[in-house]
Design a protein around this ligand. Structure first.
Ligand SMILES: Cc1cc2nc3c(=O)[nH]c(=O)nc-3n(C[C@H](O)[C@H](O)[C@H](O)COP(=O)(O)OP(=O)(O)OC[C@H]3O[C@@H](n4cnc5c(N)ncnc54)[C@H](O)[C@@H]3O)c2cc1C
Length: 333
């Protein structure tokens, strides 16, 4: 059987302002690896408008089959319309595995699809593998360690994964694939319409590209403590990261959250201030780097995970460090 007819590991593609989102290509790269292990092909569902030859990059990344819906009504992501189209395609093509990015779109779409398809979904996986029985192992941090979730009976096995969890695949321009245009059903009544997608302007240094990251946690204590950590990031020309309690408290926005359900980062230097070192946060920091922690509890488990530790109240230490760094900057060379 030709690989494209056998496509059973599917990825839902996502398009951004500048074309295919990186997470889509990373998922296709991983899907390729998983599919090879179980002798399947890789399928991608691509929805949008004015798509031209966008499928080419997906094929170069590892897709054998692209189901391409190109219509004006798909110009913006519409939850109900995308759900209806994808559910129909999944019922027709019967994929074993269905992967989506843990993006704003994926976070909404994946549970909608899982509910309609009456299957399981593991959100924010940080690894995927095929076990000896050919079942998808979906790994997430939980209960202070890593756990594996499987969906042994229902299909497809669904997972979401954040950008940066898997590497960018090497594009192979000699690959070929089958592109099937799909008819977009008319008359699907939508209760909610996306009218416009507005990207938030990036303030400061992007976490994904930052060489130095200062991340603050609940230990900041309050918004004033958070402001001090923000200032440290600014003086060091560093990206500003956070943990979930910081986002929940409203001191910083979701975009700054590092970890399993936030961003994956790869700085040279990571400075964690008032952070306990829980796995859900720490899995977001990848690659070789120098890690520093500031925490007032000498028993905090973050100290087991870093190269340098400062046992001190951050409300004392951070302003003192900021002041010393500023003084140092002000000194003539
Ligand atoms: C499914 C799931 C997904 C999750 N995803 C994420 C994620 O993506 N990212 C994320 O960050 N979290 C995530 N979490 C939450 C995560 O489990 C932790 O709860 C969170 O990371 C803890 O944040 P924290 O270290 O800031 O807070 P805490 O665990 O409350 O730690 C605060 C630390 O600050 C120290 N401290 C207190 N006062 C001071 C002071 N004055 N000076 C110095 N140190 C001080 C304390 O000793 C403590 O170690 C997730 C949880 C679940 C269940």
């Amino acid at each position: 059987m030709m690989a494209q007819e056998n496509a059973k590991v599917f990825v839902i593609a996502e398009l951004g302002m500048r074309g295919t989102e990186r997470v889509t290509l990373q998922l296709i790269g991983k899907a390729r690896q998983l599919a090879d292990e179980i002798d399947y092909g890789v399928g991608v569902i691509l929805l949008g408008s004015d798509l031209a030859d966008s499928e080419q990059e997906l094929i170069e990344a590892g897709a054998d089959l692209v189901l391409k819906g190109d219509a004006e009504t798909l110009e913006l992501y519409q939850a109900e319309l995308y759900t209806a189209i994808i559910v129909k395609l999944v019922k027709e093509y019967q994929p074993e595995i269905l992967l989506l990015g843990s993006t704003s779109m994926g976070r909404e779409l994946a549970p909608l699809l899982a509910a309609r398809l009456e299957t399981g979904l593991t959100a924010h996986c940080i690894d995927l593998a095929i076990n000896a029985s050919g079942i998808l192992e979906q790994r997430i941090p939980a209960y202070g360690g890593m756990i594996t979730i499987i969906c042994p009976i229902k299909r497809p096995q669904m997972a979401t994964v954040a950008e940066g969890v898997f590497p960018n695949p090497v594009l192979d321009s000699s690959r070929t694939g089958n592109v099937i245009p799909i008819e977009i059903q008319d008359g699907i009544s939508l209760r909610a319409h996306t009218l416009e997608i507005v990207r938030e302007e990036l303030m400061g240094i992007s976490l994904e590209s930052a060489q130095v990251i200062v991340a603050g946690g609940a230990g900041a204590g309050d918004v004033d403590g958070w402001r001090e950590i923000t200032e440290l990031a600014s003086v060091l020309n560093a990206g500003l990261g956070s943990t979930r309690p910081v986002v929940d408290a409203g001191w910083s926005d979701f975009d700054s959250m590092i970890g399993q359900s936030g961003k994956m980062v790869n700085p040279d230097v990571y400075i964690g201030v008032g952070i306990s070192g829980d796995l859900q946060h720490m899995v977001g920091i990848t690659g070789p780097k120098i890690m520093v922690a500031v925490n007032n509890d000498p028993k905090s488990h973050i100290f087991e995970q870093v190269d340098y530790g400062v046992v001190e109240d951050c409300r004392i230490f951070v302003p003192a460090l900021v002041s010393a760094l500023k003084d140092n900057k002000a000194k003539p060379d």
